[in-house]
Ligand binder design. Structure first.
Ligand code: SF4
Length: 372
């Protein structure tokens, strides 16, 4: 089989989802949705709609939840740019699990942003607070059952863990997972392993079952972390984390949504008119002419506007299905459909930005920033 490797620090993002199932043993999430509904009460729209498409051992998290054992979610953000709707998709997952009673550990990966993205420290800290923390609060993150921290400003046992992990991992093994490495990436990978595994330590409240929601490109970190957990099972009582995998949100031109391509991403701080203009220019799954679209129907699967509906703008599944069918049958044309999306987006942003203003006053109640 030809080598297939994911690059967690790369920018190209053509992930071949089928290969993840075949090569890396990730299981389809769709099989678990009915059980999620039964055990957790309801499934997040991202689960029901296949945006969260894969998992490792998430069934064990549901087993633990059913038995009344402690469960935690660990995730993080690299604060290297503005908070966009791709980030919101992760925030929606954090808030969902927090409401279901999971403890949530959210890491602000400032060490990684410094080492890998090479941004100045003060800029990273400002972005983390003003963009990430403020938006998370405005989206509904609560202080209960929350551990929100900067990688460079946390508790001593967390750093001890990074040092201990370095003893039981070889360079050859890391290169097999990540490809070419440099010290900054080795540090970043071991730090991420500590981010994921530290909630199980006695010092951080004792054992809990951990799930990590990630984009498919982050799977190398998960595999390394699961191996490390095995090696420290006896010494520290660590157990393998579970993981779930979500699809990427596409940029408005059909490539990756990224803060570094601001014209193709919608930020949660974009003035509603600016966001509306971006969405009106977005790539759709429409046909070349109106006549063709009436005859053949549109292709919502290729449409970035439809993706916005799926991920963010339409909570009700029946309404989403109605749009899908009208598009496929050629009854709905892209101009009308975009205007509808723009109206929903503007309304959502106006309300969110009011909450954001209030959230800014609360940032320091949620997290302590590093001193330098
Ligand atoms: S009608 Fe709407 S969903 Fe269908 S391709 Fe056009 S913009 Fe996309």
């Amino acid at each position: 089989m030809a080598e297939y490797r994911l690059d967690p620090w790369g920018t190209a993002v053509r992930v071949e989802y089928e290969k993840l199932f075949k090569v890396f043993g990730i299981k389809p999430f769709s099989d678990l949705v009915p059980r999620v509904e039964k055990v957790l009460g309801d499934a997040l729209h991202l689960m029901r709609r296949g945006v969260i498409f894969g998992h490792r051992d998430f069934d064990k998290i549901l087993d633990a939840y059913e038995r009344g054992e402690r469960v935690a979610l660990v995730t993080g953000f690299m604060p290297s740019g503005k908070f966009h709707f791709g980030h919101k998709m992760v925030a929606d997952q954090i808030i969902y699990y927090q409401r279901k009673g999971f403890e949530v550990f959210v890491v602000l990966a400032d060490a990684e942003a410094y080492a890998v993205r090479r941004l100045p420290r003060q800029e990273i800290i400002r972005i983390a607070l003003e963009e990430y923390v403020a938006n998370l609060i405005a989206l509904g993150l609560e202080k209960k059952r929350l551990h929100l921290y900067f990688q460079t400003n946390y508790e001593t046992p967390y750093y001890r863990l990074i040092q201990m992990f370095s003893r039981k991992v070889t360079l050859a093994e890391m290169e097999a997972i990540y490809g070419e490495l440099e010290p900054a990436k080795i540090m970043a990978a071991l730090t991420q392993a500590a981010d994921i595994l530290h909630p199980q330590l006695e010092y951080f409240g004792g054992f809990k079952h951990v799930v990590v929601p990630v984009g498919a490109d982050q799977d190398p970190h998960i595999r390394l972390t699961r191996d490390i957990a095995d090696r420290f099972e006896n010494e520290l009582g660590l157990r393998r984390p579970a993981s779930t995998y979500h699809r990427f949100m596409t940029g408005l031109d059909g490539n990756k949504m990224s803060s570094s391509r601001p014209e193709y991403a919608i930020f949660l701080t974009d003035p509603p008119d600016v966001a509306a203009r971006k969405l009106m220019r977005a790539l759709t799954g429409g046909r070349a002419t109106v006549e063709e679209q009436r005859r053949l129907g549109g292709e919502p699967e290729k449409c970035t506007v439809y993706e916005f509906y799926v991920y963010h703008l339409i909570p009700e599944d029946t309404e989403l299905r109605r749009i899908y069918e009208k598009c496929r049958s050629g009854q709905l044309l892209c101009g009308e459909c975009k205007r509808m999306a723009v109206e929903r987006l503007k309304k959502w942003l106006e309300e969110h930005q009011k909450r954001l203003e209030k959230a800014r006053d609360k940032i320091h109640e949620y997290v302590e920033p590093p001193k330098f």
